[in-house]
Design a protein around this ligand. Structure first.
Ligand code: GDP
Ligand code: MG
Length: 121
């Protein structure tokens, strides 16, 4: 009976969890994108002022509930020395968002190079 009830509870209330990586060069707008998503989809979330977002050190995790799905966004640092860590996360994630600053033409080539990084160098 317990199994049946807990199964029913899970079916009704538990959300499917998905992990999404947010990648891109430093300063591309990854943390801004995450904050905007949280503000838009989480009803009671009072977004931090966009001007207060500073460089991400390490990992910044944000959760957004959309319908029956819970999306866990992993906003990874984009600095060159951190890019080698990206592939460690691929196996764990369900999707990747790659952020490009389209107005920063000087770094477009660098962004492509980072995007093309071999998965297992
Ligand atoms: N004008 C404009 N500025 C942005 C946009 N997205 C991010 N920024 C600015 O770009 C800078 C870097 O953004 P941030 O989210 O910290 O980049 P991250 O290093 O990729 O996490 C910040 O000063 C942001 O305010 C955008 O869509 N438009
Ligand atoms: Mg950031």
């Amino acid at each position: 009976m317990y199994t049946l009830l807990s199964g029913l509870y899970k079916y009704m209330f538990q959300k499917d969890e998905y992990c999404i990586l947010i990648l891109g060069l430093d300063n591309a707008g990854k943390t801004t994108f995450l904050e905007q998503s949280k503000t838009r989809f989480n009803k009671n979330y009072k977004g931090m002022s966009l001007s207060k977002i500073t460089t991400t050190v390490g990992l910044n995790i944000g959760t957004v509930d959309v319908g029956k799905a819970r999306l866990m966004f992993w906003d990874l640092g984009g600095q060159e020395e951190l890019q080698s860590l990206w592939d460690k996360y691929y196996a764990e994630c369900h999707g990747v968002i790659y952020v490009i600053d389209s107005t920063d033409e000087d770094r477009l080539a660098e962004s492509k190079q980072a995007f093309d990084l071999p998965v297992n160098p």
